[in-house]
Write a protein of this length. Structure first.
Length: 418
C-alpha cells in the first residue's frame, strides 16, 4: 500500500519534470522580442498593425464586387462576341494579382537584422580603455564611419538591438526591429517596407493604380452605353446606374492616392533613395553614394536577387540560451555566471547524496516498522534542514571569497591610479 503510494508520487514528480522540460523548448517566433505577429507557426510574419491590412483588403474587394455585379452584368449584354466576359475575367484576375502582392508584401520578413545578445567589442585600443573604465553601451561611440563606393557614411549604434546598423538600415519604432534598407512603415499593409519586400510593395501600389483606372474607365463606358441606349443625358444615366457614379468617384480619389505613391517611388527608384532618406537626410547638398544611374538603379530593385532572411523564426531555441533581455548596453558578468554554476553544482551534489540516504533509510524503516510514515517524515525534515544549512554555508563561503577578491582588485586599482 505504501509502496504503491510512493511510486505514484514519484511518477507524478517525474511527469512534472518532463512537462517542465518540454515547455522550455520553444521556437524563435515564440520568444521574439519585436512587436511582430506570427501566423501558421511562424511561417508568416506581420507587423503589430496587421488589422490595417484587413481593412485594405476590404477597400479593394468591395468596390470590385460592386463593379462585377452592377456594371459588368450590363456590359455583358451590351458588348457582342462575349467581350463582356473578357472584361470580367480581366478584372477578376487582376484583383487576385493585387491581393497576392498585398499578402506577399505584408506577410514576409522585410529584412530584419538579428539582435545581438551583448554589445559589440570596441574596435581600437582607446575604445577598449574607455570600455574598461566605463561598463555598458555608453563606452561605445554613437556612430561609426563606413566607406560606401568611396564616400564616408556614418552608421549609428542601436541601443535596443545592441549593434551598429548596416548602411541604409534603421530601427522601426512600431515593429521594434532594425530593418535593412528601411524605406518606411506602411500602415496600409501593416508591415515595414525594407530590402526584402520593397519590390513587391511597389508592384502592389502600381498594380492598384492600374486596377483603379480599369474600374474607372469601364464605369464611364457603362454610363456612355446607357446614354446611347436610352438617348438620355449624363444625369439620367447616373440615375439609372448610381453604382457606376459612386465607383467613378471612389476610384478617382484612390487613383490620385496610389498613383501619387507610384510616381513618388518611381522617382526614388531612379535616384536610388529610400523614403526615410529622402525625408530625413536629403541628398540635395551632398552626393548620394548609392546612385548608380537610373538604369542600374532600376535593375537593382527589380532584377537583382532578393537576399534570404537572416532569421529562422521556426528554429528551436536552445534550453541553455537565455530568453530574457538585459538592459540596453549591459553585459552579463562571466565571473557571476561561473559562481552560479559552481553553487548549482554543489547544491545538486548535496541533494543527490541526501536523496540516496533518505531512500535507504526509508527502505530500512519499511522493513522494521511496516507502513508507519511518521518516522520517514521526520527523517526527511531533518535531512532537508541539513541540506539547507550546507547550501547556506557554501553560499556564505563563496560570498566571502568573492568579497575578498573584489577588495584586493579595488586596492590594486587604487594603487595603480595613485
Amino acid at each position: 500500500m505504501c509502496a504503491a503510494s510512493h511510486s505514484a508520487k514519484l511518477s507524478e514528480s517525474k511527469r512534472n519534470i518532463i512537462e517542465t522540460d518540454g515547455s522550455a523548448a520553444k521556437r524563435v517566433y515564440q520568444v521574439w522580442k519585436g512587436n511582430n505577429r506570427f501566423l501558421l507557426s511562424g511561417r508568416l510574419i506581420f507587423g503589430p498593425d496587421v488589422r490595417s491590412m484587413v481593412l485594405t483588403v476590404f477597400l479593394i474587394i468591395i468596390p470590385v464586387i460592386l463593379f462585377m455585379v452592377f456594371v459588368i452584368q450590363r456590359l455583358i449584354n451590351e458588348f457582342p462576341h462575349h467581350l463582356g466576359y473578357l472584361i470580367m475575367a480581366v478584372g477578376v484576375i487582376f484583383t487576385t494579382y493585387v491581393l497576392f502582392l498585398l499578402v506577399f508584401t505584408s506577410a514576409r520578413d522585410p529584412g530584419i537584422i538579428p539582435r545581438n545578445t551583448h554589445p559589440p567589442e570596441p574596435d581600437n585600443d582607446a575604445e577598449s580603455e574607455l570600455a574598461g573604465n566605463q561598463r555598458g553601451s555608453s563606452s561605445l561611440p554613437p556612430t561609426k564611419d563606413v566607406l560606401v563606393n568611396g564616400i564616408t557614411v556614418k552608421v549609428k549604434y542601436c541601443h535596443t538591438c545592441m549593434l551598429y546598423r548596416p548602411p541604409r538600415c534603421s530601427h522601426c519604432s512600431i515593429c521594434n526591429n532594425c530593418v535593412d534598407r528601411f524605406d518606411h512603415h506602411c500602415p496600409w499593409v501593416g508591415q515595414c517596407i525594407g530590402k526584402r519586400n520593397y519590390r513587391f510593395f511597389f508592384m502592389f501600389v502600381s498594380s492598384t493604380t492600374v486596377l483603379c483606372l480599369y474600374v474607372f474607365a469601364f464605369c464611364w463606358v457603362n454610363l456612355k452605353k446607357i446614354m446611347v441606349t436610352y438617348e438620355c443625358s449624363l444625369w439620367r444615366a447616373i440615375l439609372r446606374s448610381p453604382v457606376s457614379a459612386i465607383l467613378i468617384l471612389y476610384t478617382f480619389v484612390a487613383a490620385w492616392f496610389v498613383g501619387g505613391l507610384t510616381a513618388f517611388h518611381l522617382y526614388l527608384i531612379c535616384s536610388n533613395q529610400t523614403t526615410y532618406e529622402n525625408f530625413r537626410y536629403r541628398y540635395d547638398k551632398k552626393s548620394n553614394p548609392y546612385n548608380q544611374g537610373w538604369m542600374r538603379n532600376f535593375i537593382e530593385i527589380f532584377f537583382s536577387e532578393i537576399p534570404s532572411s537572416k532569421n529562422d523564426f521556426r528554429a528551436m531555441v536552445k534550453n541553455n540560451s537565455t530568453t530574457s533581455s538585459l538592459p540596453p548596453g549591459q553585459v552579463s558578468s562571466p565571473p557571476k555566471t561561473s559562481i552560479d554554476l559552481e553553487m548549482g553544482g554543489k547544491r545538486h551534489a548535496v541533494a543527490e547524496e541526501e536523496l540516496e540516504d533518505i531512500q535507504s533509510e526509508i527502505g530500512s524503516m519499511r522493513v522494521s516498522e511496516g507502513c508507519d510514515t511518521q518516522p520517514s517524515h521526520s527523517i526527511i525534515a531533518d535531512r532537508k534542514a541539513n541540506c539547507e544549512q550546507a547550501t547556506l554555508d557554501d553560499i556564505q563561503a563563496l560570498t566571502a571569497e568573492i568579497s575578498t577578491e573584489h577588495g584586493i582588485t579595488n586596492r590594486e586599482n587604487v594603487h595603480e591610479n595613485t
